[in-house]
Structure formats: C-alpha cells, structure tokens
Write a protein that binds this ligand. Structure first.
Ligand code: CP
Ligand code: NVA
Length: 312
C-alpha cells in the first residue's frame, strides 16, 4: 500500500508511467471509452479548505472509473470537536478505500498515514500540492513533447507556496532546471530546498533562487506563478502584497524580458488578476496553458487512482 503526500513518494520512472497513463486516459475519454476499475470502491474526500478544481476533478475521476465518492467537510467531522486524527484514520479505513485530504497542516496528513490502512493522497496542504504538480508535468510534456526540450521553468512570486514547492520537486525529478524569483523573505522552505537539491543530484537539474524577476526569466521556457496570498494567509494579505507588488507580477513587461517568443505561461488557478498576474497574460491564447493544466488535473488524478486503488 502506498500514499502520495509529495512527489518525493514517487521515483522518476513512476512519474513517467503516471504521465503516460494520464495521456492514454485522456485519449480514451475523448474517444468515449471509460474504464471501470473502481467499481465497488468508495473514495473519500476530506476538505478543510475550499476547492474547485481538486474536488471536482477527483469526484469526476472516481465516478468515470466506476467508483463512488464521499465528500466530507473537515468542520463537519468529530475532528473539530477534538477526536484524534489517529482514531478518525482507523475508522475511515474501515469504510472507504482511499482518502484524498486537503488540510491546513501537512502534519495532519502524516498522522493519517501512520494510522490508515488505506492510501492517503494529499489534495493540498500548507507545504505541498503534488496532484497539481503532476498535472503540470503532463501539461509541460504535452506542449514540449519531451522534458529534454525544456531548459528552465521559472516560478515568479511566493517561493514558499505549496505549488512552488511541489513544482520544484516535479521539475528536478524529471531533470528540468528550476528557478524561483522571489523576495528574500518569501524563499522556498529550506528543508524543501534541501530535499529537492538531494533529488536534483540524481538528474543533474539545477535549482536557483534569484531576487530579480527580470534576470530570472531570461531565456525561460515556462513562466509559472501562484497566488500571493494562499488559503489561510488572509491575515497577512497587506504585508504580502507590499512585499510582492509591483515587482513580482507576471505582466507583459516581465514576459518581454524572456527574450524569445516560445515560452508558455502556467498557473495552478485560481488566479487573482491584477495581483500575481495580469488578465492579458492569462487570456493570451498563444502562451497561456492554464486551462490545459486544469483539464489535465482530471486525467492525472485518474492515473493516480488506478495506480493506488484501481489495479485489476
Ligand atoms: N489548483 C487547485 O488546486 O485549485 P482548487 O483550489 O480549485 O482545487
Ligand atoms: N497556494 C495556493 C494554491 C491554490 C491551489 C493556496 O494554497 O491557496
């Protein structure tokens, strides 16, 4: 039995396998063919935070694979009244076949894995968002046809965001150099950097943290950003916006500094237009892959489900 809390839980060949499988599942769906490997299986979704893409893509993925879903709001379980995670984990393990959890604290997921006898999947925590990074890798691979053709992914904005962390691990796992352009006080967490640097030794990928976004984006293939105020950080909103804006906004002027026109723009969504990115950058049909990323969440989640619970 396996869990998926970060992409560190997968080796490179497993990631490549999941991407390949996701592409097959995407093609099958377009052709009107759906598999039924999850027949008789119930997948739980425990969400402590809001979600559009993650919740809906998981629910649709499970249903299209023949299984059923059970959505649980964190504040409607006895957890909020102090029932320990270790009890909740053992109880849920007796009812459902897999749990996708979106949690405030990553430690909650770790505690779940210690006591669950079913696979636990991170549907976003304060530290990581592996399902997003997997869909992002698929989107990059589809666009560039091979990871070998991608020199550099540049993340601009909040280096400490769950999305930046997971994308960093994803990129170095497949051998793509990763650059983070961020203010000094919003660098990636040092332990995540260390883990990613360890991974990078295997593939030779480089990780750089650069304060100036205009220097960072030069010659980039992919420009990526995420919100500047993540869920749960609303009380830091004014401090954060002061630290990031206007310098770290992805706008036309910054994109001009790339120096060529074959770049793509990516964002996990939801996007706050006028903050981390401008409307015209998201709406630029030539370069913006944001809705392809969102669609690929469905196909990659199906691949994860087949891998964790759906093997015949
Ligand atoms: N990208 C993403 O995880 O979106 P949601 O918060 O809508 O699930
Ligand atoms: N960093 C963002 C990602 C949303 C998908 C957040 O945690 O709110």
């Amino acid at each position: 039995m396996r869990h998926l809390l970060t992409l560190l839980d997968l080796d490179r060949s497993e990631i490549m396998h999941l991407i390949k499988l996701s592409k097959v599942l995407k093609w099958e769906r377009y052709e009107g063919y759906l598999r039924s490997n999850l027949r008789g299986k119930v997948v739980g979704l425990l969400f402590e935070k809001p979600s559009t893409r993650t919740r809906v893509s998981i629910e649709v993925a499970v249903r299209e694979l023949g299984g059923s879903t059970l959505y649980m709001r964190g504040d409607e379980l006895q957890l909020v009244r102090g029932e320990p995670i270790k009890d909740t984990a053992r109880v849920l393990s007796r009812y459902i076949h897999c749990l996708f959890a979106r949690v405030k604290l990553h430690e909650t997921l770790i505690e779940f894995t210690k006591y669950s006898s079913i696979p636990i999947v991170n549907a976003l925590s304060d530290l990581f968002h592996p399902l997003q990074a997997l869909a992002d890798l698929m989107t990059i691979e589809e666009h560039f046809k091979s990871f070998n053709r991608v020199g550099r992914v540049v993340f601009v904005g909040d280096g400490g965001s769950n999305v930046c962390h997971s994308l960093m691990i994803a990129c170095v796992k497949v051998g793509i150099d990763y650059v983070v352009a961020c203010p000094e006080e919003y660098r990636p967490c040092s332990f995540v950097l260390e883990l990613a640097r360890e991974e990078a030794k295997e593939t030779g990928a480089r990780i750089e943290i650069v304060p100036d976004p205009f220097t960072a984006v030069k010659d980039a293939d992919v420009i990526y950003t995420d919100v500047l105020v993540s869920m749960g950080q609303e009380h830091e909103r004014s401090t954060r916006l002061r630290a990031f804006l206007p310098k770290y906004q992805v706008n036309r002027e910054l994109l001009r500094a790339i120096g060529h026109n074959n770049y793509v723009f990516m964002h996990c969504l939801p996007a706050m237009r006028g903050e981390e990115v401008t409307d015209e950058v998201i709406e630029d049909n030539v370069h913006s892959l944001v809705f392809k990323q969102a669609e690929n969440r469905l196909h990659t989640t199906k691949a994860v489900l087949l891998w964790l619970v759906g093997a015949k």
